[in-house]
Design a protein around this ligand. Structure first.
Ligand SMILES: [Ca+2]
Length: 65
């Protein structure tokens, strides 16, 4: 039972990482000015609109308000 849980977790993690790396390749916005113009700020890591370039202090929140 425990091994099944671990295997399922690894599959889920791999799928999540794959999706994240694709989504974060360029980011949905060119910069935080565009993000804020679209009403997005304080974008948490894991949000589809998060991208590392918008999180220069790398605290997991892009485009802090
Ligand atoms: Ca940040």
């Amino acid at each position: 039972m425990f091994r099944i849980f671990i295997a399922a977790s690894l599959v889920a993690a791999a799928a999540g990482l794959g999706a994240a790396s694709v989504a974060n390749a360029e980011g949905p916005y060119a910069n935080c000015t565009q993000a804020k113009a679209d009403g997005r700020y304080d974008i948490p890591q894991g949000d589809p609109d998060y991208w590392p370039g918008g999180d220069r202090d790398q605290d997991g929140i892009a485009c802090e308000s």
